[in-house]
Design a protein around this ligand. Sequence first.
Ligand code: SF4
Length: 441
Amino acid sequence: MFFVPSEPHNPRTPPSSPINLPQFTKNGGVIQEQPSLSTFETAKPWLVSASGVCALYVHVPFCFHKCHYCDFFSIVGDEKQQELFVNRLVNEFASVAPYIQQPIKSIFIGGGTPTLLKGDLLSKMLEAIASNFTFADEYEWSIEANPETVTLDIAERIADAGVNRASIGAQSFDLDCLKRLERWHAPESVARSVTYLRKAGIENINLDLIFGIPHQTIEVLRNDIQQTVDLAPDHISAYALTYEPNTPLYVREKRGEVQKIDVDLESQMFEETMALLASHWYEQYEISNYAKPKRRCKHNMMYWNNASWWPFGPAAAGHVDGRRWRNIPRLSQYMAEAQLPPVEDVELLSENGQAGEALMLGLRLRSGISSKRVESLMMVPEGQWRRKIIQNHIQNGFLEWDSSLRLTPSGLMVADSIIGDLLMDETSMVDTTMQDPNAKE
Ligand code: SF4
């Protein structure tokens, strides 16, 4: 399954997960292409299609420690690997840049921990981006940061290169919660990072939070939110903890060594998060994302509007006009691979698959999808079954549809179920429409 690199590199979970793109079944509309397109000749059409792209994602795959809930591709690398990686990445920028004809509106450097790169290597990577691409006037350039890695020097290097937004993985301000997440940072390092970044000139700051951590109470969550808003970030992402298969956390939970929190408590935490952030004038513009006026994340809006972007770095996922792919996910192969771009695992979505995906992404936004757009998505003959599903969810109070189609407050609490129903293939549709809607909860 592909993942779209989304703002927080933290768990993806219902009802508040970052974007997690499905692999469609045949009925759902995927055409599976050759399993691998790894030669330059084969990949050449992708470069041509890059001409209309105006967003970039860059994946830096190093962390100083692997948090046990994380299933993003990252390794604990050494300096030599960092250097080889950055050299390779710079070549990758140069190989794709001539094909990109549009000014870049958003760049997101994620990972991994991009700010873990040694100062000169970080500057080299950022300068290569700045020199290879043309930027739109009001561009947004974000970088993810682990609070322990942000020094004043790193903050200044970032700002000097033109980065204008930073996303800090705070996750919690409670030592016990951080320990349970196996996050290796001190709570006070978050405030220090914010200070350094602002001092360097970066005003647009996001803080990531996780709720639903084992043993976390509502009081602890309230304190986390209070400490977050006290730092006055422009943007806050708050996700529920998920247990992703193949992560140590998942294994420990299966062995009974870790207890998930009660689902009702998790729902209560989600409601508390929404209410508290609203009382501090943060607009919830997406299921898990909250912003001050004019501070919505432009890059993530691009994902939710199902636009195109080009990926760089190992395991980075890309999308151009219904084609989704990812780069080679193994660092050694990525660095040794002779051909650029290092594309593999290409999927071409059918029209019906694209319609399902557009609905899935757009419904995450509180504003939903415009009716005009929904009607055009409904024109796909193989996707007519969705109309009945939508009507059922409207009757049950989970969706509303006037000038736009969107989740109601009740629908928000079971968003993944509602959205998942619109991705179903026809064979499973009958079962679901007969379900008691309350059973979704
Ligand atoms: S800092 Fe932790 S959560 Fe973030 S990418 Fe690294 S291992 Fe994953």
